[in-house]
Design a protein around this ligand. Structure first.
Ligand code: APR
Length: 327
């Protein structure tokens, strides 16, 4: 997964490089700057003293000393002035220049905090959007795994309506499953005899019998590649939108019987913008189903049923409900 959003303390990240949200003096401060200097020890400050400061939007690299990584990349984000001082452009250059430095030092994994979203006042949701879009742009041309380390949930502020809608959807479906399980136990009957209708979505597209028979032996990989062709997209467009690593996609493509992880299979179904029936069909070919006894699955089903396929929005919702992220 080329870009991952994780909740952690960046000083604990065991990457090739972590990025520090510094100030122009590079001599330490509060927030993530203070945490990194504290965890790295005095050697970091001694080296920073030799750098002669750093301009906003630029980046400089040092050793990592006692931190569990190889490098610290120091960058200075813009102070938020209500968007009147080219803040987005400066923030984007922080990510771009840090990534260029990481690449020049052969880093394969890099962790960013949400630059400028603390003391410097950049609205967190917007700061996260800029981070994801600028890092994604770099990853279109470069192979690297980038972590965005979100320290607190306030960075994600999906609309309260969306949270309410999803919570209602979970209650409606999640409770239903437990009622089914309880009635099955109570009446000692197989669950499928109690379920109201099938768990899987009704087939929206009534495929012809021949077509269905033709697909019965189709593997996950075969269906995936068929759908890529049908959608008229490239492999790269599919796996990048799914936030799936190129190497992993190659393994899937080159092994007709490959069985990916469930989150990967779901991410690919979403990148292909499959409807619920097709997504369930693709998942079944990897041995999975969207289960109503899993909040993760119900949230994914919510978005597919609403035909909302933006992985970033779905991950925001999964994050809000303390579920693992897609990709
Ligand atoms: N790990 C990950 N993220 C963290 C950590 C941590 N240990 N500590 C704080 N953060 C998050 C904050 O929640 C915020 O979302 O990092 C983001 C950036 O916040 P700041 O550290 O305040 O950085 P910034 O907003 O860029 O302000 C920079 O603050 O610390 C001073 O010297 C620094 O003057 C500079 C200014």
């Amino acid at each position: 997964m080329p870009i991952q959003i994780v909740r952690n303390d960046i000083t604990k990240m065991e990457c090739d490089a972590i990025v520090n949200a510094a100030n122009p003096t590079l001599l330490g401060g509060g927030g993530v700057d203070g945490a990194i200097h504290k965890a790295a020890g005095s050697g970091l400050l001694r080296e920073c003293r030799t750098l002669g400061g750093c301009n906003t939007g630029e980046a400089k690299i040092t050793g990592a000393y006692k931190l569990p990584c190889r490098y610290v990349i120091h960058t200075v984000g813009p102070i938020w002035k209500n968007g009147c001082d080219r803040e987005e452009e400066k923030l984007r250059s922080c990510y771009r220049n840090s990534l260029i430095l990481a690449k020049e030092h052969d880093c394969e994994t890099v962790a960013f905090p949400l630059i400028s979203s603390g003391v410097y006042g950049y609205p967190k949701e917007e700061a996260l959007y800029v981070a994801v879009s600028e890092i994604s742009r770099f990853l279109l041309e470069n192979e690297m795994t980038v972590y965005i380390v979100v320290y607190d949930k306030s960075a994600y502020r999906i609309s309260k309506k969306l949270v309410r809608d999803i919570a209602e959807y979970i209650d409606e479906h999640y409770v239903e499953t437990h009622q089914i399980l309880r009635s099955a136990q109570f009446f000692n009957r197989p669950v499928e005899k109690c379920a109201k209708g099938s768990m899987s979505a009704p087939m929206e597209s009534e495929a012809s019998l021949n077509e269905l028979v033709g697909q019965v032996d189709e593997s996950f990989t075969q269906m995936l590649l068929r759908k890529i062709d049908e959608k008229g997209i490239t492999d790269a467009q599919c796996y990048k939108k799914a936030n799936v690593d190129r190497k992993l996609f190659s393994k899937i493509r080159n092994n007709i019987n490959y069985k990916p992880r469930k989150a990967t299979a779901i991410a690919l179904a979403i990148s292909l913008e499959l409807d619920l029936a097709e997504a369930s069909d693709l998942l079944q070919k990897a041995g999975y189903a969207l289960s109503h006894s899993s909040k993760f699955d119900i949230i994914v089903e919510y978005f597919i049923s609403k035909r909302e396929y933006d992985i970033f929005t779905i991950n925001e919702a999964l994050f809000e409900f303390d579920q693992p992220l897609l990709g």
